[in-house]
Design a protein around this ligand. Structure first.
Ligand code: LLP
Length: 429
């Protein structure tokens, strides 16, 4: 397929006869079979998004085409990882646990990059033993620890320094990581000194340069500013230290369309990045999380009660912040719609709240919605990323099931928890 030609896309959750479906399956039937709350993922959509991302960057020379290193933290379910592994994805990980999952799903170690400001000695060792592609090192002390450990193990550890480019990305404060006051990465000057150290260290080897500026970013400009900064770091390392890096990693954070705004123009970003990398001989790594899985997942929840209180109408659902923390924690705005629309339900302005004993427990606020009666289902969209993985057992609630629809098949990707699961590790059995 030629540059700039995007594969035709179909909506991941389409309405047929008023009823929302994931592929061939109605969300109503899935909810009946697996109970609510329920996460439903559309595997075909995930693969479609991977292709769309690759096509957006198709302007790069074939040998420099991006490695899509899926950011496992967005949705680490094995069934999702397995799907992406089969499609040739690598992984961006931030813990030993994510390394375990990625390897378990069959993602080759030499396509795994390891970020994070606080990798423990055990995690560094695990990465070296597994033979991962590189460590995205975030401080001079981490570099020393990695070098000492690799030397002790008789290994050479591959390194990319994570640069903090000091750009503002205008996303939520908690998900903006590329400005000078953020804990992530090191300044360009310090990065240079770290490359000098790598060049002199027998157990370290410089393979790339890395940046990640935040999440759910809708504007290409900050990515390009960050890329310019890391390319300067790369040039200086080559000129002054004679270091030839293999790749530049632009991180993730590519914004998707949600209840608060439009998606990032990924094709515009792809064109600009390709133009900047032209002739440099650097491969590109991308670390998308939400871009691949965000709108491929929904949370299906049952309306328990509708409660009027003064001016307000509260729709009390069986899912809340324990299932999806994004609205209360990041001000995330997810589109919400009834699973079954009949054109007769009155449109009302409502707050959709969960059963958790916290005033901050809500899924949506001030939302105009055709309101079905208690017993009906609501669908919370764009919940495939940072949904289940941030779910908790607070209030001793059971974490929900996850199902994956792929082609004609539906797989129970994680069963709903049972009461016994709650006390596992607290009793002798
Ligand atoms: N690479 C690194 C080094 C990261 O830290 C992250 C996300 C990504 C890639 C993937 O970012 P994405 O493409 O998914 O935006 N829980 C928050 C988002 C936290 C993002 C953390 N790092 C939320 O629900 O909005």
């Amino acid at each position: 397929m030629g540059a700039g030609v995007l594969t035709a896309t179909s909506p991941p959750f389409a309405r047929r006869g008023g009823l929302l479906h994931c592929g061939a399956y109605s969300l109503e039937n899935l909810a009946q079979q697996y109970q609510t709350p329920l996460y439903v993922y559309n595997g075909d959509r995930i693969l479609e998004r991977k292709r769309a991302l690759e096509e957006a960057f198709a302007g790069l020379k074939a040998s420099l085409r991006p490695l899509v290193a899926y950011s496992v933290k967005a949705n680490p379910n094995l069934a999702v990882l397995d799907l992406l592994a089969r499609a040739g994805a690598g992984a961006d990980i931030v813990s030993g646990g994510e390394l375990f999952r990625a390897l378990r799903a069959g993602i080759p170690a030499d396509r795994i990059v390891f970020a994070g400001v606080g990798k423990s000695r055990d995690e560094l060792r695990y990465g070296i033993e597994a033979g991962i592609m590189s460590f995205h090192v975030e401080s001079a002390q981490e570099l020393e620890a990695l070098g000492a450990l690799a030397a002790e193990m008789g290994a050479v550890a591959p390194v990319a320094v994570r640069v903090n480019p000091d750009v503002q990305s205008f996303t939520h404060e908690f998900t903006s990581t590329g400005h000078a006051a953020a804990k992530f990465g090191v300044s360009p000057g310090e990065a240079h000194e770290m490359y000098r150290r790598v060049a002199a260290h027998p157990a370290l080897c410089a393979v790339g340069v890395d940046v990640h500026i935040g999440s759910q970013i809708r504007d290409p400009a900050p990515f390009l500013r960050a890329l310019d900064v890391v390319l300067q770091v790369e040039e200086r390392a080559r000129r002054e230290l004679g270091i030839e890096l293999d790749y530049v990693d632009l991180g993730g954070g590519f914004g998707i369309s949600d209840g608060a705004g439009e998606a990032l123009d990924i094709r515009a970003l792809g064109r600009e990045v390709a133009a900047r990398l032209e002739g440099r001989g650097l491969a590109l790594i991308l670390e998308p999380g939400r871009f691949l899985v965000g709108d491929a997942g929904v949370l299906v929840t049952l309306i328990l009660y509708v409660k009027k209180s003064g001016e307000k109408t509260f729709v009390v659902t069986d899912a809340g912040m324990t299932e999806l923390i994004r609205p209360s924690h990041y001000g995330g705005v997810h589109s919400v719609s009834p699973v079954r629309e009949n054109g007769r339900d009155p449109v009302e302005r409502v707050d959709i709240v969960g059963p958790v004993c916290e005033q901050g427990d809500f899924l949506a606020r001030d939302r105009l919605l055709p309101l079905p009666p208690p017993g009906a289902l609501l669908c919370v969209h764009q919940a495939g990323a940072y949904g289940f993985t941030m779910a908790s057992n607070y209030n001793s609630r059971l974490r929900p099931a996850e199902v994956l629809v792929h082609g004609e098949h539906v797989t129970l990707a994680r069963r709903r928890e049972r009461y016994d699961d709650l006390i596992r590790g607290e009793t002798d059995d």
